[in-house]
Design a protein around this ligand. Structure first.
Ligand SMILES: Nc1ncnc2c1ncn2[C@@H]1O[C@H](COP(=O)(O)OP(=O)(O)OP(=O)(O)O)[C@@H](O)[C@H]1O
Length: 867
């Protein structure tokens, strides 16, 4: 049977559906957004709303679900969080316009007005106040990866270039909620393919110039080809989702890859910087640090912690500001309470520029900018102001005219809805005041009419009411209607209701028209004022964004100072030498968790130097090894982010790259076994750590058999010591590794202390010098509640094993005569050198093809046997 021709509505729907691509289609019908077919099934199951059906398509019922327009934001938020993207199809003409266009049966025209995607949100309700929302575009140009990233809720845009193998780390730092990349390219995980032609450097450059109305980008910085290509892809995608309308984009900043402390994805995850291993903010570093009083401050702090600095001067400037606010508690509280009152002007600006601003957003800009001006006055009066603050201060003022204008124009608390008017202040526009007066007078006149009609008719229950169908009308109870029904009563019957009758009257009609007319004109006047104010804000967008950024930076510093004061933290000293001297160091997250249970954290020292750069740390399970490793990495990170650190004293030699390989993190979701992940990450460390890096390695080799594990741990420790020569803390359960201290002169042995007392294990969480005397695995097992029978059986197995070890010399028995790592390397180098010598001697031109082949075989044989 041939398919029936689709109804006009179905045809319209299907065309829009096609255009929506892989997004869900929200199809506007009256007060609802409706979803059909597969979209309906997906949305109904995510939103947990009922799935119904409406009409038929090709003989089958069409699945349908819908959400009310007025509460659609909440539903959108849930769909976006579940990983969906949504195309919004609105009615783009009124039913009256449709009728005029094509007769009474004409379908209202609809069009996709916008795509809502995770990376392109601006609505307050859809965004988390304390988290940036980043959209990134990546591509590769001649072996260089370009990354463009923007937080369109605030317009901040940055461009970056890196080698292909550093792309993962760069994307991990950005933590983008959406990534686009050219189709056909080997796409990074979960990215959205976009047409490759969008990612052209010339096109990107032209787009950026057009957006910012400049003839050259030189004023913003130096941008490589790959950066511009990525920017092109980013702007093109934004044009696509906004249907040609671009959101707020501030001038791009180039972020050099060596200006920030490099950390790969595994390191970020294991240090739990922005989220805990469970994927929540609770339990993360930022959760333990963040004392910002504004959302913008919290977002800036997240950015700082994701990208600590490597420039000593810049770090020192941030620290100076923190110290200034730390040392003066009154000043700090003053600044914080001023900031606390300020609305999020960065995001209000984003909405206004994107064309989705409300009168409330303008009100927020007025309050935020005038608050910034006040803060400027207060801080500007101070003497001996830190360098960073003197640079930030000018950005806090300078909006005088705009603030005054907004203050005059707006009511104190403007509404979010602008359709109803009522946001322009009285006294701002005399004509508007007149219109309002007219409609106000007319309202009063209507009240007077009601009294008059009651008098004339003698019906005390007479009321003048209003609805959208009849407009204004007179209503009386049925039993009093007779008098109004008389031919000369002056009233015309309109409607009979159960128990009541409704009438019209000439005078009432006139007053009603006056209200309607004046009201309409008043709304139009307010609308045009709104547009004027929006234009002024758009004009000043870069300066407003600079104010928002300055406020955020001050909030971060004040928050860091507050955190330091609460925890007794200290200002780190940043130096160039490759040292790491921490006295009384603590782990901010573990310490807070212990404090919540009324327990005390034991502070520990760490003292690494060029001549003692690798600490091998042993000791019982649960003894605090991992905690110690991480706390030192976190202290480095916090210090280079420009904040105080949880230690009584810290002297930190600048670190270029930070690596953390902690615990056997399962990554089964990615289809790799625990051990494989461990080795991949270890390989990355060995390949990338430099003499300026800091590495923490926790139980490398644990994920495989004892011999393999020990052998790998041994070789990795040696390589780190001899080749990478970085500062490193290495926790291990292999006692045998202690023998490395005999050959590696910059390696020393340490352990976390424990004691057995009356058969119970007491963990002291205290770091001490020297090798661990023994392991306490069985005692820990008992502590954990492993049945006594099993523990005692394990004890007899252990006794046997230990007896065996005593006889054979143990696991590492044969290692005494192992040549040093460096010596072994040198031997390998030597064989390479003999080959090199042989090759040097060959006169290629004098060889016949046959001889050449012969020689090649011979060289290959030698290389094979010698290595
Ligand atoms: N310095 C400390 N002061 C007080 N308690 C601590 C300290 N360090 C660790 N702890 C406590 O001990 C627990 C275990 O610490 P951690 O995971 O660091 O031990 P570990 O030696 O690495 O153990 P394993 O070898 O089993 O991985 C922590 O969760 C914390 O409660």
């Amino acid at each position: 049977m041939a398919d029936a021709a689709p109804t006009p509505m179905m045809a319209q729907y299907l065309a829009l559906r096609e255009e929506a691509g892989d997004c869900l289609l929200f199809y506007r019908m009256g007060d609802f957004f409706e979803l059909f077919f597969e979209d309906a099934k997906t949305a109904a199951s995510i939103l947990d709303i009922s799935l119904t059906s409406r009409g038929e398509h090709n003989g089958a019922p069409i699945p349908m679900c819908g959400v009310p327009v007025h509460s659609s934001e909440g539903y959108l938020a849930r769909l976006i969080r579940a990983g969906c993207r949504v195309a919004i199809a609105e009615q783009v003409e009124s039913p009256a316009e449709a009728k005029k266009r094509g007769g009474s049966k004409t379908l209202v025209a609809r069009d996709i007005v916008r795509f809502v995607t995770a990376g392109t949100l601006t609505e307050e309700a859809l965004l988390e106040p304390r988290r940036a929302n980043v959209l990134a575009a990546v591509c590769e140009v001649r072996g260089v990866v370009g990354i463009a990233a923007v937080d369109i809720s605030t317009g901040r845009m940055e461009l970056e270039e890196c080698a292909p193998d550093r792309m993962g780390a760069a994307l991990a730092r950005l933590g983008a909620s959406e990534v686009v990349a050219p189709e056909g390219w080997d796409l990074p995980l979960d990215s959205i393919p976009r047409p490759a032609r969008d990612f052209a450097s010339e096109g990107g450059e032209a787009r950026l110039k057009a957006v910012h109305g400049v003839a050259t980008l030189d004023g913003f910085g130096m941008f490589g080809r790959a950066m511009l290509a990525a920017a092109g892809g980013l702007v093109a995608y934004l044009e696509h989702v906004g249907r040609g309308k671009l959101p707020l984009l501030l001038p791009p900043e180039a972020r050099g890859s060596d200006t920030t402390l490099a950390m790969d994805e595994a390191t970020r995850a294991s240090l739990e910087i922005l989220q805990s291993s469970q994927g929540q903010r609770k339990g993360s570093l930022i959760d333990a640090i963040d004392r910002c009083v504004t959302g913008a401050g919290a977002r800036q702090l997240a950015d700082d912690l994701s990208a600590p600095l490597t420039d000593r001067q810049q770090i020192a400037e941030r620290l100076e500001l923190v110290a200034w606010l730390h040392d003066d508690a009154l000043l700090r509280e003053d600044v914080r309470s001023a900031l606390r009152a300020l609305p999020d002007i960065g995001r209000a600006l984003g909405r206004v520029v994107a064309g989705r601003g409300s009168p409330r957003d303008l009100g927020q800009l007025r309050d935020g900018l005038s608050g910034a001006r006040n803060l400027h006055e207060r801080l500007g009066r101070r003497e001996a102001v830190p360098v960073l603050l003197t640079r930030l201060l000018p950005a806090l003022s300078g909006h005088g005219e705009l603030v005054d204008w907004l203050s005059r124009a707006l009511v104190p608390a403007p509404p979010t809805e602008r359709g109803q008017g009522g946001f322009i202040a009285e006294g701002y526009d005399a004509a508007l005041d007149d219109l309002r007066r007219t409609s106000g007078n007319a309202r009063r006149a209507i009240a007077a009419l009601e009294a008059k009609y009651r008098d004339e008719t003698g019906v005390a229950a007479l009321k003048i009411k209003h609805n959208n169908v009849l407009g204004y009308f007179v209503e009386v109870p049925q039993r009093h209607a007779d008098r109004l029904l008389l031919p000369d009563s002056g009233f015309t019957h309109r409607q009979t209701m159960a128990g009541a009758m409704r009438f019209n009257a000439l005078a009432l009609h006139e007053e009603a028209s006056r209200i309607a007319e004046a009201g309409g004109h008043a709304l139009a006047a307010e609308e045009s004022h709104f547009e004027e104010l929006v234009a002024a804000v758009v004009e000043a967008r870069n300066a407003i964004a600079a104010t928002a950024a300055a406020l955020a930076r001050i909030d971060v510093a004040a928050g860091q100072a507050e955190r330091a004061a609460q925890g007794g933290w200290s200002a780190p000293e940043i130096v160039d030498a490759a040292c790491l001297e921490i006295e009384g160091g603590r782990h901010p997250v573990v310490e807070a968790a212990l404090a919540a249970q009324g327990e005390r954290f034991v502070a520990n020292d760490c003292k690494l130097a060029v001549y003692d750069r690798l600490w091998l740390i042993g000791g019982p399970n649960m003894g605090g090894k991992s905690t110690f490793l991480r706390q030192n990495a976190l202290i480095v990170l916090l210090a280079q982010a420009g904040g105080f650190v949880p230690a009584t004293r810290a002297k930190i030699g600048l670190v270029d790259r930070l690596f953390s390989r902690v615990g056997a993190s399962d990554n089964l979701a990615r289809g790799r076994s625990t051990f494989m992940v461990e080795m991949v990450e270890t390989a990355a460390i060995l390949a990338q750590a430099t003499e300026r890096s800091f590495v923490i390695l926790d139980e490398v080799g644990r994920g495989t058999s004892t011999y393999d594990g020990l052998a790998l741990a041994w070789a990795v420790a040696e390589a780190v010591h001899e080749t990478n020569r970085c500062r490193c803390l290495f926790a291990t359960h292999y006692h045998e590794l202690a023998r490395l201290a005999e050959t590696c002169d910059a390696l020393s042995l340490h352990h976390v202390r424990a004691r057995e007392w009356k058969g119970d294990l007491v963990l002291l969480h205290e770091l001490a010098e020297g090798p661990a005397d023994r392991s306490y695995g069985l005692a820990v097992a008992r502590l954990a509640g492993v049945p006594a029978k099993v523990v005692s059986r394990a004890k007899s197995v252990l006794d046997k094993l230990e007896k065996g070890r005593a006889q054979t010399g143990g696991l590492a028995a044969g290692l005494g005569d192992l040549p040093l790592f460096a010596a072994a390397e040198a031997a390998r180098e030597e064989t390479c050198d003999t080959l090199r010598e042989r090759l040097k001697e060959v006169d290629v031109d004098a060889l016949s093809p046959r001889e050449a082949l012969e020689l090649l075989y011979q060289l290959k044989r030698e290389a094979g046997t010698e290595t």
